[in-house]
Design a protein around this ligand. Sequence first.
Ligand SMILES: Nc1ncnc2c1ncn2[C@@H]1O[C@H](COP(=O)(O)OP(=O)(O)O)[C@@H](O)[C@H]1O
Ligand SMILES: [Mg+2]
Length: 445
Amino acid sequence: MAEAVMEAAQASKNHRWKTDPVLTVEHLTMRFGGLVAVGDLSFDVGRGDITALIGPNGAGKTTVFNCVTGFYKPTEGRIVMRHGHGRHDELVEEITATDRQYSIEGNSAVYLLERMPDFVISHRARVARTFQNIRLFGGMTVLENLLVAQHNPLMLASGFSISGLFGLKSYKDAELEAMDRAVYWLEHIGLVDRADDPASDLPYGEQRRLEIARAMCTEPHLLCLDEPAAGLNPRESADLNNLLRFIRDEQKVSVLLIEHDMGVVMEISDHIIVLDYGVKISDGDAEHVRSDPSVIAAYLGVDDEEEIDIPEVREDMHSVEELETQAAKPKPKAAPARKSKAASTKSAKSASDANRPAKMRKPAKPDDLKRISGVGPKLEQTLNGLGIYKFEQIAKWKKAERDWVDGYLNFKGRIERDDWVAQAKEFAREAAKAGRSPSSRKGGK
Ligand SMILES: Nc1ncnc2c1ncn2[C@@H]1O[C@H](COP(=O)(O)OP(=O)(O)O)[C@@H](O)[C@H]1O
Ligand SMILES: [Mg+2]
């Protein structure tokens, strides 16, 4: 119910990504063999917005970027880039019906990126990107990195000939412009003093900024940044936010940002799209996404003060025998829904409590459940709230328990896909080896 109200509130707002999208991704699917990295994904990126694409590791974020920027040819789907305001829906359909890649009419243009190679996407459609791992030319100077980014306009001006490189006025002009642009960006990222140093000498945070400057030197309409805040300290992270705001507000360039750090995203994004396992699970402004139950469950982990009532932990600690008999008991099928308060009424709860995993009282040394990929600090808290503190507890889960927790967290099969049980078994084994004698070996000498 609350969700329907939220959806309606979202729909009624006149968001730029609906009225004036610079990029539209429609039914994008990318398969690698049997793996569906991105499945039937659709979203819009508003012109002049900072749009964030977020989601856990492996959600398919970089794959989306690789499709948008022409590094991968999508298995299916359409990716529309627009110059000039408006949606140009008719023109888009018209080009789609032909085998053309784009259409330019006066100041506006429409490009079908899935049909274009990467260099055409960057130079014609004007989509620039940075990579998850820094890809600067380490041996070149900081300034040279900004100049090579502009080599295409320079080559065009040269007429692709040696004679063109010397003396020709158009080349001289282009060269001067390239230099001007490079210096402008060096000033903006505070690196003028380091212009002649090798790029590899810069500290990590400055290399990240240089990469963004390099992308900006190609004068993009859309700037795609793959985890630009990764590895930055809080100070550098704040600088990055300011740089992104400057790019949006002063340069009027739309930004599509992949980010892992929710703090960064919530602060600067006009629009957030959340992916999980290649599927969109939420789409809206920060306010919408922050309170979306599926995001809380799948990405942020369950929040303490959320409506999800965490059952209190019983004072007794189960013995191993008890855990095992409980696990062996046949379980009714239904897993509890965790979506709304209404769904978790007393009776619904007790009916499904049979499958609830065995709990224990907080031990002196709880395991670091965050080591399980897919478990973050919030989720760890929630698991602790369920009386789950040890890897060996999770290692014992059978399908029924897994489904129960999956339903409880509204995870849609994530526990099985991430294989928490196998991970927990491995960590429990490790812990046993490390001599922290696991309680499951009780009396077995
Ligand atoms: N070139 C590739 N070949 C095979 N699998 C890939 C390739 N690129 C990505 N994947 C897989 O697609 C899924 C999504 O990966 P990715 O887009 O990198 O996620 P994210 O950027 O959200 O962490 C992962 O399971 C990854 O292993
Ligand atoms: Mg990635």
